[in-house]
Design a protein around this ligand. Sequence first.
Ligand SMILES: *Cc1c(COP(=O)(O)O)cnc(C)c1O
Length: 416
Amino acid sequence: MGRRPRYPQADGTGALTGDRKPPRKTATRLVEGGRRPEWTGAVVNPPVWRGSTHLYDTHEELARGHPNADGHFHYGRRGAPTQWALAEALTELEPGAAGTMLYPSGTAALFSALAAVLESGDRLALTDNAYEPTRAIAFGPLKRMGVETITFDPLDHAAFEALVSEGVAAVLLESPGSLTMEVCDVPALADIAHRHGATVLLDNTWASPLGFAALDHGADIAIMSLTKHVGGHSDLLMGSAAGNEKFYRTLRRAAQLQGQHVSPDDAALAHRGLRTMQLRLERATENARKVAEWLAGRDEVAQVLCPLLPGAPGNELWQRDFSGGCGLFSFVLKGRDKAARGRFLDALDLFGMGYSWGGYESLAVPFDPARIRDRMAWPPAGCANEDVLGIRLSVGLEDSRDLIADLEQGIAALHA
Ligand SMILES: *Cc1c(COP(=O)(O)O)cnc(C)c1O
């Protein structure tokens, strides 16, 4: 048999660190990321390489083995140029990242990263406003692995310091928090955690690296559901975890041993989404601000939980630390009549009702966080005690005037 053409591999043997080019601005990185000539060949995008098996030319070559280095083909589970290109593009967007691992969902990324840094007997400090499945991971599989989880209010620094000073191995932050949107002081909390020897993980799905440089602000590991902004079109699930120099190898080892893998077709779709992510986020943010301002002026609304709005909870920290936003925010309707909230939602036409967010299309879901929190009060400060009806909006790329008209139908239905 003749010599096979070499499978396209990254030059060098190290991690795909993204440091091979002079630093460029974010918009340029989004266009260039992952487009190494050795991966793309003569076309613009890295092709979809489907394959589980890599064929070797000779038995000596097979026996010689293969470096377990990023960008080197060995077996399909470690990916091929399609997945490496996406991982490298993500690493280039995350200042301070030594590398990025990909997972079949954001939830898989959360589980894998937590399992990578925790072991039996460890304690995990979990922000009380975490994404609900994160909480379920902590009190389910992590508990069975012998990890004890303690929740904390991320706005109460004194209580947080008291907790970590008693010894926790890792802290999981999320900012803004799921559903209730509290922005926390990540640099201050990370500093406290590091002083007491804890590893800091941050679920950065809301902001993405375009809106919040997680590792630069003190996180050791930045986790993201790529299902949301990166995919951006409601047609794929994927997750990522980027680690700093100290933690990337740890993440990588765990992910490889757990068999975490994403299909090349999905990786190519996610990579396509990444190219336009900045434009989509800018537009969604602008739309969300208009919709949130409109809601803030309605008598039926007790409070708008949108860090983009001047004067809203979290706005000061958002202005201090973030470089962008997105279309996701919440608001509280006055009263406790769930049937009225149901009429509001059913009257919406443009806002689809369903889980997930970050797609090009707008979505709305009701929420009742009291049931999944044990530290933080609901309703939030600023609402009367009887105002408990939460609604979360994912504002998409439609014309904001149409979205506001749609919400007006919802408000009218409240009074039906
Ligand atoms: C959706 C979401 C996840 C999980 O992502 P999947 O890809 O749906 O598993 C994790 N964190 C946050 C904040 C999310 O909104």
